[in-house]
Design a protein around this ligand. Sequence first.
Ligand code: ATP
Length: 349
Amino acid sequence: MSIQIQQVSKSFGSYQALHSIDLTIKDGEFVAILGPSGCGKTTLLRILAGFEQPSSGNVLMDGKVVAGSGTLLPPEKRRIGMVFQSFALWPHMNVSEHVRFPIRTHKSTPPHIKNNEQNRIQEVLNMSGLSHLAERMPHELSGGQKQRVAIARAIAPQPSLLLMDEPLSSLDAMLRMDMRREIQQVHRNTKSAVVYVTHDQGEALAMADRIIVMKDGRIEQAGTPQEIYLRPETEFVARFVSKSNLVKGHWDADMFIPEGGTNIAWPGKHVANYFKSNGLYPVRPDEFHLQPSSEAGIMGEIANVQFQGKEFHYDIRSDTKRWEVISPLPFALNEQVSLSLSSVSGEGV
Ligand code: ATP
């Protein structure tokens, strides 16, 4: 299913939660809506689901207006599946019944699935690794298993669009990593378009074909994970997605001379115009190269160290600034160091 969101705004009383959103989602595409709490992600998802009516603008699915002035197609007629953060399982139904329910009751379930209900239940349980748990009740399942049931229930009637609202945020860190893989697998198997809401940039970068970064009800930047991560176009995206340090300095065409640096100039053809016109250079923590105090670089002192296995996370104090740096090299607390740019990884993108 292809989706067009055209100039969609949404107000709750005097508060405007969405400002004129324009977005097209291709059939089968995995789109992550990424942004901090309150930026309007869930509101946009609820409009796609049909739980909210836009205050203005239109939503089209496969070219047909499903929401707009005077039109609101209800959720059960939209061929969508939804997965929520809270799982929202039904306590009185076992796993198999969770999968059966939408197949039977959704008005949009295709007839070939409705007529082969038992086969479809088996297929979905297999796909979700739940066959051996078919008879279990929700209270007999672990968190990860419950989330798999929620996903199985959503995909059972073969929706053309799968809407996921922070589906992994109630799981522990290890399980979240495993479930990312499973959601990618579900996307490959079902070929449905996926709209995945999250505030976790790692999840968005790992799974999505395209990331839509939102701030204060507006789209801040849209692009592939590589574009968003390597070539942020605004200060907000640089900080929120790649935790970049914003180095102040002077641009001379495509060369950057950092303020407070000694004998250094950084190439920055790839750096977005916003930063060039504001005398800034975004540097990700892993882009800084740390070396013992030398003749060239931005001088600083190690203010904090955290060992993370294959790398160290440093806070570096230099004059009035603090930098976040990730480096495989060990340095001691209070050691004097110099910072330079280890690579210009965005240049080729
Ligand atoms: P979170 O990650 O915390 O869920 P979000 O990005 O999903 O945040 P939304 O839930 O879309 O944000 O909310 C966007 C803004 O709209 C918030 O300021 C919220 O308080 C407001 N809002 C959402 N729903 C309503 C409502 N029914 N009535 C009034 N205000 C609302």
